[in-house]
Design a protein around this ligand. Structure first.
Ligand code: CA
Length: 264
């Protein structure tokens, strides 16, 4: 099971409820639980010291997290914005681009929780990290148990946030109240337009085919008439994208659509 399917669900509330309750219970006593009972959490480590990266990866893997490592800022940012991670551990002093730069660029696109790992224990560094949108800050050297505790806290917080609110550039959707905003302005959608948007929001950055959209949003098989999807997407775009410079819905010719914040 991937993190996107376990956390993001398929656009229907019951799946989210189950996923959330599993996360909360797993967090309390995960060592006693069989691994398959936990949703897979993906963590990206951006760290140029091979020893630290290997040490953290080993510990996290033993706790059933799926871990990727980037050893410089450029690759870290690329993975963080193109992959699907539940949490990012970010070193400050990095070749390519430093942790501040990576975080600043990441925050323009994604709200993935970030925990800074740094050898620098300056108050100014902590403040800067938190101001740029870091969620926590841990000074090296640290005990693995402390890192694990902080990761669990952030993931628990993040899991609830993912359920309720998604932000991309100037787009903001409150999934609890079913409210959609762009650039601070409320956008009114019909029930079907909202259902389509909800499906996109749960698959940010993924290519979704017309067939998949038809199945999930209309609950029907539209093999012979995917034009229905195109018409609905056009209507959603007219409200959501046309008045704004940053486009969210992108056509992948011959395949389907990708929902993500990009300048076209
Ligand atoms: Ca470093």
């Amino acid at each position: 099971m991937t993190s996107s399917s376990s956390l993001g669900g398929h656009g229907d509330a019951p799946t989210h409820e189950i996923a959330r309750s599993v996360i909360l219970r797993a967090d309390e006593s995960d060592l006693a639980r069989p691994l398959e009972a936990q949703p897979t959490m993906r963590i990206l480590i951006v760290e140029d010291e091979p020893k630290t990266a290997a040490y953290v990866r080993k510990g996290l893997t033993e706790h059933a997290y799926v871990v990727d490592i980037a050893d410089n800022g450029i690759e870290g940012l690329h993975l963080a914005t193109s992959g699907h991670y539940d949490l990012i551990l970010l070193d400050v002093m990095l070749p390519g681009a430093d942790g501040w730069t990576v975080l600043e660029a990441l925050r323009r696109q994604r709200q993935t929780p970030v925990l800074f790992l740094s050898a620098r224990d300056e108050v100014a560094d902590r403040v800067k990290g938190l101001e740029l949108g870091a969620d926590d800050y841990l000074v090296k050297p640290f005990a693995f148990s402390e890192l694990l505790a902080r990761i669990r806290t952030l993931l628990r917080r993040g899991a609830v946030q993912v359920e309720q609110r998604v932000r991309l550039a100037d787009f903001d959707i409150d999934l609890t109240r079913r409210r959609v905003n762009r650039a601070g302005e409320r956008i009114d959608l019909t029930a079907k337009e909202y259902a389509l948007l909800d499906y996109f929001v749960h698959h940010v950055g993924e290519v979704v085919s017309r067939t998949l959209i038809a199945e999930h949003v209309w609950d029907m098989n539209f093999d012979s008439d995917t034009n229905v999807v195109d018409v609905a997407v056009r209507r959603l775009r007219a409200k959501l994208d046309d008045p704004f410079s940053t486009k969210l819905i992108h056509t992948i010719r011959g395949v389907g659509y990708v929902f993500d914040a990009r300048l076209d």
